[in-house]
Design a protein around this ligand. Structure first.
Ligand code: EPZ
Length: 427
């Protein structure tokens, strides 16, 4: 397994290109199943999860070709074509490694009338059930059976029927599955209490480019007029707001200034307001946003919640930044039940954090000290990198395969702005 070695204390300054969004890419890829025509996705990030999803789609009979992937280029162009569906089964050995595989469920049932998808099981940050995904398909007439760890879904004769899907609470993935199922259903579907994350809007805009009829974008109520078929399209993946927010924290925690090229401010309202509240300066630059430190870090009180509130995917990164704040911060994680695994690792570096149920009290300290630490999940691993960038001495972050799931060429991007960071293989 690889590890990242960081010698901290360097002020970061310069430009970081922001890649296509992992969480948009993982819901755009399965759209290829909804048509027999080619879907070309541009600005696709070079990430482990994207590759895994491509392999799953290949197993289902989707051809994938990658163009113009020069080694020094960020992002790729992938053309996918599901001329016909060779299999409607997403096997356990793939799904267990990448939970987002559950997102083939809706499109497979919409296109072929059936799907057999392994239950993804939990992960480090929580049990991650998929009950809302299943209820959404049932609302469109699908029959759902769970047997031997697999979900078997079957559309009624004639295909899925439009209906009303009312979510009891916001779920990004369930909204995505519902949307991809509804676009080919017979009749009108209304999704109530839909997630409003920018990645949902990206999905809807891609589906519209493919001929879908969807109203209510950016609201919590989506209305879909089902179509008999969709056609191919070319669509560019949106910039990754969480990657951009993560590097913005790097600017603040190192007392530096970073231009996040390609970042879209309109998708990051609560991240940028949080950075400003922490004492950062946020400015527009051509094709992006500049975030720079301006004196000490101010403490914050933040609760994670569905968009447009503060995203759970930024909680660990902000916590790393706030370990050096001039005062005590309070972070409350309301989305996932176990998303504080970065806390004991940050404590090894001298952070003063006390977890009380869903809340974490972060008392600012004067400095962090480099140490060997272990990544446990994607965003936790980024919080350890951020702490290492600010710490005195050397930090070694183990199990960086977690990082590779969500951050394209992280060392390269950070080296280019002055970080003393490298990757070492454990053989
Ligand atoms: C997506 O996960 C993201 N992943 C997550 O990002 C992100 O943290 C999450 O949305 C919240 O924004 C992708 O887009 C691939 P949810 P998802 O359904 O869809 C519960 C990262 O770091 N729930 O909105 O799985 C669930 O347990 C990853 O990039 C049910 O109870 O999240 C959680 O407590 C981590 N039943 C809450 O809802 C369901 O059927 C929100 O989950 C579905 C979800």
């Amino acid at each position: 397994m690889d590890r990242i070695i960081i010698r901290g204390g360097k002020r970061l300054e310069g430009r970081i290109p922001i890649s296509g969004a992992k969480n948009a890419a993982l819901t755009l890829l399965p759209c290829a199943l909804l048509t027999d025509e080619p879907l070309t996705l541009r600005n696709l990030p070079r990430l482990a999860d994207v590759d895994s999803f491509g392999h799953l789609l290949n197993q289902l009979g989707v051809s994938t070709t990658v163009e113009g992937a020069k080694p020094d280029e960020f992002g790729r162009v992938m053309t996918l074509r599901a001329s016909n569906i060779a299999s409607t089964t997403a096997p356990y050995d793939i799904v267990r490694k990448m939970r987002a595989s559950i997102l083939v469920l809706g499109p497979l049932v919409a296109r072929t009338g059936e799907a057999t998808v392994s239950l993804p099981g939990g992960c480090a940050i929580g049990t991650r059930p998929v009950d809302l995904h299943l209820r959404a398909l049932e609302a469109l007439g699908a029959e759902i059976e769970i047997a031997a760890g697999y979900v078997k879904a079957k559309a009624p004769p004639g295909g899925l029927r439009g209906g009303t899907i009312s979510f009891p609470f916001v779920s990004v993935g369930a909204t995505e599955n519902a949307l991809m199922a509804a676009v080919l259903a017979n009749g009108t579907t209304v999704i109530e209490n839909a997630a409003r994350e920018p990645e949902i809007t990206d999905l809807a805009e891609c589906l519209i480019a493919m001929g879908a009829q969807i109203d209510g974008l950016r609201t919590d109520t989506l209305t879909i007029e089902g179509q008999p078929r969709l056609h191919g399209a070319t669509y560019a993946v949106m910039a990754d707001r969480i990657e951009a927010g993560s590097y913005a924290c790097a600017a603040i925690i190192t007392g530096g200034s970073l231009d996040l090229i390609g970042a879209r401010k309109d998708t990051m309202p609560s991240i940028l307001s949080g950075l400003a509240d922490a004492g950062g300066i946020v400015e527009d630059v051509p094709n992006g946003v500049r975030v720079r430190a301006d004196g000490g870090i101010r403490p914050l009180s933040i609760s994670t919640a569905p968009y447009p509130a503060f995203p759970t995917d930024m909680q660990a990164q902000f916590m790393a930044m706030l370990t050096l704040a001039e005062g005590t911060s309070l972070l409350t994680e309301t989305i996932f039940e176990n998303r504080y695994m970065h806390v004991p690792e940050l404590a090894r570096m001298g952070a003063d954090i006390e977890v009380r149920g869903r809340a974490a009290v972060v008392r600012g300290v004067d400095k962090l000290l480099g140490a060997p630490v272990m990544a446990t999940d994607l965003r936790a691993s980024m919080s350890l990198v951020l702490a290492g960038l600010a710490a005195e001495g050397e930090t070694q972050v183990g199990r960086v395969y977690h990082l590779d799931r969500g951050y394209e060429r992280l060392e390269e991007k950070l080296q280019a702005v002055g970080a003393d960071i490298e990757r070492a293989s454990d053989g």
